[in-house]
Design a binder for this molecule. Structure first.
Ligand code: SAH
Length: 209
């Protein structure tokens, strides 16, 4: 159920559904998604669906992770990425080999601690963790060469826009509960350019505590 064939089938499905970046697909094949969910759900880890991970949170659907990673990396230049909503760290693990450093922010400290250990156990070391509010970003290491947000914002977070380097892009679901619009926001000289990548469904990017 976590076999190579099961993983191959997932990758083929993502390819059939429009994921084009072969390096990203290879990474989806390599990351052991069954280690990011409870053992009871391991048999479903290579289905293309979001799954519950406890504390009211979910592991993102593989297609969404692949699409966001592909969109972020397209034309990516530089080294650093800010990730908001670490969760179980699956998106982090898929992205990690493509960038020099990921700064990741998660509001639930308990989740963050488990994820830090999990990524260590998988020999992923280029990630720096911070418990905190993603609406604030992480000013200390700004500006970032890319920003990826794994929870739905009800509006574009101003502070994240400010922490984007010139020419860099942010991938973020925007909208209210149910379905949101996955946006790619690029920082141009004097404005931000928005492109819609389609409808997605995320847990909300929570305001405050
Ligand atoms: N990236 C994960 C999915 C994360 S689900 C994966 O690869 O599967 C969204 C995460 O965002 C949850 O862990 C939730 O706790 C976190 N979150 C929600 N609001 C937040 C906020 N304001 N700041 C930081 N993290 C937040």
């Amino acid at each position: 159920m976590t076999s190579q064939r099961t993983r191959d089938r997932l990758v083929q499905r993502l390819r059939d559904n429009g994921i084009r970046n072969e390096a990203v697909l290879e990474q989806i094949r390599n990351v052991p998604r069954h280690l990011f969910v409870d053992e009871a759900l391991a048999s479903r880890a290579y289905e293309d669906t979001a799954l519950p991970i406890g504390l009211g949170q979910t592991i993102s659907q593989p297609w969404v992770v692949a699409r966001m990673t592909e969109a972020l990396l397209e034309g990516f230049s530089g080294e650093t990425v800010l990730e908001i909503g670490t969760g179980c760290g699956y998106q982090t693990a898929v992205l990690a080999p493509f960038v020099k450093k990921i700064y990741t922010v998660e509001r639930i400290p308990e989740l963050m601690r488990k994820t830090r250990q999990r990524l260590y156990d998988l020999d992923i070391y280029n990630v720096q963790f911070r418990p905190g509010d993603g609406w604030e970003g992480w000013r200390k290491y700004a500006p970032y060469d890319g920003i990826i947000v794994a929870a739905a914002a009800d509006e574009l977070p101003e502070k994240l826009l400010q922490q984007l380097a010139p020419g860099a892009r942010m991938i973020i679901p925007v909208g209210r509960t149910g379905y949101q619009d996955l946006l790619q926001v690029t920082r141009k000289d004097d404005h931000f350019e928005e492109v819609s990548l389609g409808a997605v469904s995320f847990v909300p990017l929570v305001h405050g505590k």
